[in-house]
Design a protein around this ligand. Structure first.
Ligand code: SER
Length: 338
């Protein structure tokens, strides 16, 4: 299945469960000073969670453009070191605003993964927050996951917060073993090894973190889930790295043509450049231009970082022409290469 079909099948699955499809918010959060960039699908729904706004729909599904290069969620240093972290990625998500809660969120995530996408159950692991017996019991009773594959973890991994303040809550993550030896899986390696990829995070939003660090209960309980499209594509397309999926293949082959170098000889360099091109394209398209401060400075740093990696390729720059359908990519590539 190509990435477009995978995105569509996620949306369709939840539309069939009475979710309303909404558009991605821009990567530039216009009215939230706690964030430099949109870092999760739930950002645009913050005021609904805080009960400052009534939801138009109580069940929503979408694919959100996210940038994680600043603040509480920053993956910049991981990019290139492995094949599954990005500065820019798409997060598939389903939401319940005071409607269904843990039971349906868990049942549906398992149904989509194991019945629709037919992911191998002998590779799937689930984590729950250590105090969340309800989620633990639901995984055990409402799905056919092997009990030994449900793990309790602490706050660092299983209590999700978008920023220093704001809506938050315990979460349950689904991880996938990507290694070669099925017999060699170990609960201790989940969250601690690059052979286990977090594919989907189900957050049970029930608290609000205040400026003084305390937690208050929200008036209603909500569901906020996030599944990384790039990782799902990698797993469903049987690849070892997100960069081997169709989401990156065109950019990689254009970079090969322009630079007259080969991906296989320069994997890390290519990965960093391709990741950064996407981040720059979407940031600039949504109105964040490189500058000396704030968001613009982050964009400038990423641009510089990409240019530095281009130098690794050691090729003669400037005279080239690329006929890409999406004009943003060549524009950014031009910025990086010149
Ligand atoms: N907000 C959660 C996350 O970003 C789930 O969508 O992981």
């Amino acid at each position: 299945m190509n990435s477009k079909k995978i995105r569509q099948s996620f949306i369709k699955f939840f539309e069939n469960k009475k979710h309303h499809k909404v558009a991605s918010a821009p990567v530039l959060p216009y009215d939230d000073k706690s964030l430099l960039f949109t870092n999760a699908g739930m950002n645009q729904f913050k005021s609904i969670f805080l009960d400052l706004e009534k939801p138009k729909y109580i069940r929503v599904v979408n694919s959100q453009k996210c940038i994680r290069v600043s603040g509480k969620h920053n993956d910049l240093e991981e990019v290139g070191r492995d094949g599954f972290h990005h500065t820019f990625f798409e997060m598939l998500g389903n939401w319940s605003f005071g409607d269904y809660y843990k039971k349906e969120a868990i049942q549906w995530a398992w149904e989509l993964f194991t019945e629709v996408w037919k992911l191998d159950k002998s590779r799937l692991w689930v984590t729950v927050f250590k105090d969340d017996d309800e989620a633990y019991n639901l995984w055990e009773k409402e799905t056919d996951i092997d009990k030994s594959r449900i793990i309790k973890c602490g706050k660092k991994d299983n209590f999700w917060e978008m920023a220093e303040t704001g809506p938050c809550g315990p979460c349950s993550e689904i991880h996938y073993y990507v290694g070669d030896d099925l017999e060699n899986q170990n609960a201790k390696h989940v969250n601690n090894s690059s052979d286990y990829w977090e594919l989907w995070n189900l957050v049970f939003i029930q608290n609000n973190r205040l400026k003084d660090g305390t937690l208050e209960d929200l008036p209603n309980k909500h569901v906020d889930t996030g599944a990384g499209l790039e990782r799902i594509c990698s797993v469903l397309q049987g690849k070892n790295s997100n960069y081997e999926t169709d989401l990156f293949s065109e950019t990689i082959s254009d970079l090969e043509k322009i630079s007259k170098t080969k991906y296989i000889d320069n994997e890390v360099t290519y990965n960093v450049i391709c990741d950064h091109i996407r981040m720059l394209s979407f940031a600039i398209a949504d109105g964040v231009l490189p500058s000396n401060e704030g968001r613009g400075y982050v964009v400038r740093r990423v641009l510089r970082r990409a240019s530095k990696f281009v130098m690794n390729l050691d090729f003669k720059r400037n005279q080239y022409y690329i006929n890409w359908s999406n004009q943003l990519f060549p524009q950014c590539l031009t910025l990086i290469l010149n």
